[in-house]
Design a protein around this ligand. Structure first.
Ligand code: ADP
Ligand code: MG
Length: 250
């Protein structure tokens, strides 16, 4: 579904050139949940922006095979970028209205998304009346509004407390299982990566290279028992070792 073929990304800063990503290749099959981990500044956000088509690679190519859909990807950022003067419902509806979806269809879609993300009781609330976790749920609902087959998430739960984060992880898994989306999630947390993903991509520090990919064989559905699983702990430890190595890599 996503074919990343030898992409590099350089940023020209006038006097010098920063290589954010260095000849990275990877294929993501439809319906998979992929986590990306790596030290700060290694090019994780750049990778997502390239997949989203928000930027072009300096070399190499990315192909998205999504059939004839109007919007192949939805994007969720670290800080939910909701329109502060619009209600939750209106925020989720916004891409549908600007995209010209028929009114009755949009009504039904918004209802379905608020239900999916557990926000049905907060349709008329304004963003400032929501907790951080609820804002992120609204941002997920909005990203799913046009039913993109791919959901890209850039450290979506970094700004919420740990307990909320664990709840949101479980909700994200439920949403993923119900919708069958292909998910690429960037996270700082190796625990989160191991708990959620089918595969974990590990990027090295500056310039970002794909160091290795782990297949995560942990049973689904994942739940509290997963966190007691020996394989889960071994994967978390291995990822942590990789990241420590990655930080001192040139
Ligand atoms: P991460 O998300 O892993 O922390 P980023 O993808 O944000 O890393 O950034 C990777 C590198 O590319 C960093 O060195 C960053 O400074 C640089 N970079 C990212 N975006 C730009 C840009 N628009 N202009 C110049 N440099 C950039
Ligand atoms: Mg980033």
């Amino acid at each position: 579904m996503i074919s990343i073929d030898g992409i590099s990304k350089e940023f020209d800063l006038g006097s010098e050139t920063v290589t954010a990503l260095d000849t990275l290749s990877h294929d993501v099959a439809a319906g998979r949940f992929v986590a990306v981990v790596g030290p700060s500044g290694c090019g994780k956000s750049t990778l997502l922006r390239l997949i989203a088509g928000l930027e072009k690679p300096s070399s190499g190519s990315i192909e998205i095979e999504a059939g004839r859909v109007r919007r192949p990807v939805g994007f969720v950022f670290q800080d939910a970028v909701l329109l502060p003067w619009k209600t939750v419902e209106a925020n989720v509806r916004f891409p549908l209205d600007t995209g010209g979806t028929k009114r009755a269809l949009a009504d039904a879609k918004v209802r379905e998304l608020l239900e999916l993300t557990g926000l049905s009781g907060f349709a008329k609330a304004l963003p400032r009346q929501l907790s951080g976790g609820m804002k992120q749920r609204a941002a997920i609902a909005r990203a799913l509004a046009e039913d993109p087959p791919i959901l890209l998430m850039d450290e979506p739960f970094s700004a919420v407390d740990l307990l909320t984060r664990e709840t949101l992880n479980d909700e994200l898994l439920r949403i993923w299982e119900r919708t069958g989306k292909t998910v690429v999630l960037v996270t700082h947390s190796v625990e989160e990566a191991a708990y959620l993903a089918d595969e974990v991509m590990v990027l090295s520090a500056h310039p970002g290279r794909l160091v290795k990919t782990y297949e995560v064989a942990l049973a689904r559905p994942r739940n509290e028992a997963t966190k007691l699983d020996r394989d889960y702990h071994e994967l978390v430890a291995a990822l942590r070792r990789d990241l420590r190595g990655g930080r001192i890599r040139p």
